[in-house]
Ligand binder design. Structure first.
Ligand code: WTA
Length: 661
């Protein structure tokens, strides 16, 4: 673990000088209907009752004899007796003229069963097999996940905005037997050819000697193939053509062990290649169901809209598994929240009667910029709102509260990670007041702590930033890193473990990789990543991933990525490259390097700028000083550069950046 570099220190210092914000209190109306109003919960989930306290979450699920369960059964079948005719999923297409689909629990059950039959009978998939999903935000995505869960097949959904190549690498790493994709989807007014990515994905997986056996393609418009890219005979199959054969088929849900994996979710870390977090069936589902009930305050009669993409962990836990386990109606919106205009989100909320809303600071900042007062024009009412994914500025929080929430909605700022399955820090909405810019205390049953670099615990109100850790394990924590179990220990548990032979959980705090400050009142303010991860618009990207993509361009000798603050996206990556001898810099070459990154990872990873420089600032031992590059990008003080091996390069880079390239 590298010591914090000066960008982080600056941020930490900044945070500490950030003034303490005042509290906001939940309304009496919210408290009167809330799922959790009993302060005893903190006692029940206190350290002396750990880990038995978590039985309370497990009891929210339906178990088969012998401690077995099925996630699909819990999210669908068990709701049929009471809620058969209730909407499970409202699918909102991006084109506003296209009608919203209201899929009832009964219909969801039928569609999941028929698709599960297809997966089993046509593809021969069975318990423990892996499949990769590269599906956009349509109802077919949760249907596919639930069909896999029904069979005990481990799904690995790759965010649809990721490139075919990124998808292919994940197919190979997980050794998926089948790729499930879609022909097309709407984004910002355009029908995108998505099938194109599947061909690249299969080629990439083939090059890694792990091609999928088959590719299943859902049609965006059933009955009509809407991609330009043709199907590959014998390999690609249109789901909508095959489905009629399975009409009326019903599949018994597999009885899974609580410890059987439910899904894999790839995420970026400090290495060039993303790793797959393996989440369990029982622990994960209990944890997301419990937290959906008590932190999201979901009741069966609620209409719940989480704007995240199901391709991220937020969507898995808090669009699909948590809300559906509680028999809520969950909204799946295909497109961009500001398409065709800034009123779109509020029209959806108004039309569907959404009363719980969940989004990221980036989306809030974008909605605010697109139409400061627009929410007022629409007649919707939220009782509850969530912010997740990045630190939220108090000013943005207040706009969210006053304008989007109309001063009526309680807000939870939930801090957690792909690795965690569900929330770690947040207020319990009816129990504790909100504080703009602070996630709040640990959830019931979660005991967070801040350590300094030497492993000393920083006390509440110390006014110093440190590394946030969780003292205890919890049911939603991933089981392992797929195919690399040692890395799980190295990356998350080694840092602050004082006794490597200990079998006591108290000796193995979970190291999250975020900087944080703990206020006197026990509220955590999360400052951001302290490792090589950049959080761009709430999407997690590894600097090493971007750098290795840049290095695939033959002209590039060295590459370094730095995070730069951005008004909307929180952070954006800027890329510095030096070229091989004899190669000349040109705007075309910069564009080619940016394109290489988009192709390797996806458009979200495209750097804001590609600065071609004669050399990187380096220490005498040859280490690239990213801290200095960050200072140059942000036009701040570079600090002492006299110890560099090549201090003269700093001024040259500065003039490049000042000239704008
Ligand atoms: C950041 C997303 C501040 C944090 C669920 C974490 C946050 C990373 C918050 C995980 C929050 C998430 N306040 N920062 N409420 N929530 N983060 O894996 O840096 O995509 O480590 O999971 O997002 O991102 P991931």
């Amino acid at each position: 673990m590298a010591k914090q570099e000066s960008t982080e220190l600056t941020e930490a210092q900044l945070a500490v000088h950030w003034k303490e914000e005042g509290y906001y209190h939940p309304s009496a109306k919210f408290i009167a209907q809330a799922n959790m109003t009993d302060t005893d919960i903190l006692e029940r989930f206190g350290e002396k009752n750990f880990p038995e306290c978590y039985k309370e979450y497990a009891d929210l699920l339906t178990w088969f004899v012998g401690g077995k369960l099925n996630a699909c059964y819990n999210c669908v079948d068990r709701h049929l007796p009471k809620n058969r005719n209730k909407t499970a999923i409202h699918f909102v297409p991006e084109p506003e003229g296209e009608p919203i689909q209201h899929i009832t629990y009964q219909e969801l059950w039928v569609r999941v069963n028929e698709f599960a039959a297809l997966l089993r009978e046509f593809c021969g998939l069975k318990r423990g097999d892996r499949v990769t999903l590269h599906l956009p935000m349509t109802a077919e995505l949760p249907i596919t996940m639930l069909a896999c869960a029904r069979l005990g097949v481990i799904h690995s959904q790759v965010f649809s905005g990721f490139s075919g190549q990124a998808c292919g690498e994940r197919i190979a790493d997980s050794q998926s037997r089948v790729l499930i994709t879609a022909d097309s989807y709407y984004r910002a007014g355009k029908l995108l050819d998505h099938k194109k990515s599947a061909d690249i994905a299969v080629e990439t997986a083939k090059a890694e000697k792990a091609p999928p056996e088959r590719v299943l393609v859902w049609q965006r418009h059933p009955g009509k193939y809407s991609a330009q890219t043709p199907l590959v005979q014998g390999r690609d199959f249109v789901v909508n053509d095959l489905l009629p054969k399975y009409r009326g088929h019903r599949i018994e849900p597999e009885h899974m062990l609580a410890t059987d994996p439910l899904f894999l979710m790839y995420t970026s870390g400090s290495t060039g290649r993303p790793k797959a977090c393996q989440h369990s069936t029982g622990g994960y589902l209990s944890y997301v169901t419990g937290t959906s009930k008590y932190i999201q305050d979901i009741h069966p009669e609620d209409v719940y809209w989480c704007m995240a993409d199901i391709g991220w962990i937020t969507g898995h836990s808090y669009i699909v598994y948590g809300p559906l386990a509680l028999a809520a109606s969950s909204v799946v919106y295909e497109g961009v929240p500001t398409h065709p205009d800034a009123g779109r989100s509020w029209r959806i909320a108004e039309e569907l009667g959404v009363n719980i809303f969940h989004t990221s600071p980036t989306a809030i900042r974008a909605l605010r910029r697109a139409g400061e007062d627009i929410p007022k024009k629409y007649n919707y009412h939220f009782k509850h709102m969530t912010t997740v994914g990045e630190p939220i500025e108090p000013e943005v929080w207040r706009w969210y509260y006053n304008v989007v929430g109309k001063g009526e909605a309680v807000i939870v700022d939930t801090w957690w990670q792909t690795e965690n399955g569900g929330f770690l820090c947040s207020t319990v909405p009816a129990l504790s007041p909100m504080k703009p810019g602070s996630a709040g205390p640990g959830l019931p049953g979660i005991y967070p702590v801040i350590f300094d670099d030497d492993g000393k615990e920083l006390s509440a109100g110390a006014g110093k930033a440190g590394n946030v850790c969780i003292r205890n394990p919890w049911p939603g924590l991933m089981q392992t890193i797929w195919g690399d179990p040692d890395r799980m220990t190295r990356q998350y548990f080694q840092r602050y473990c004082k006794d490597k032979d200990s079998k006591d959980w108290r000796d193995w705090p979970y190291f999250a990789g975020d900087g944080a400050v703990l206020a006197q009142d026990g509220y955590f303010r999360i400052l951001g990543r302290i490792d090589d991860v950049i959080n761009v618009a709430g999407h997690r990207l590894g600097t090493k991933e971007l750098e290795s993509a840049a290095l695939t361009v033959p002209e590039v000798a060295e590459a370094a990525v730095v995070p730069v603050p951005d008004e909307i996206k929180g952070r954006v990556p800027e890329l510095y490259v030096s070229l091989k001898p004899g190669v000349k810099a040109s705007p075309e070459l910069s564009a080619k390097i940016a394109m290489a990154i988009a192709e390797h990872i996806g458009p979200i990873a495209k750097p804001n700028h590609v600065w071609i420089v004669p050399d990187m600032p380096k220490t005498r031992s040859g280490k690239i000083m990213r801290r200095i590059l960050t200072a140059l990008s942000t036009k701040s003080d570079t600090g002492d550069i006299t110890t560099l091996a090549n201090p003269e390069v700093v001024e040259i880079i500065r003039s490049t950046v000042q000239a704008g390239g």
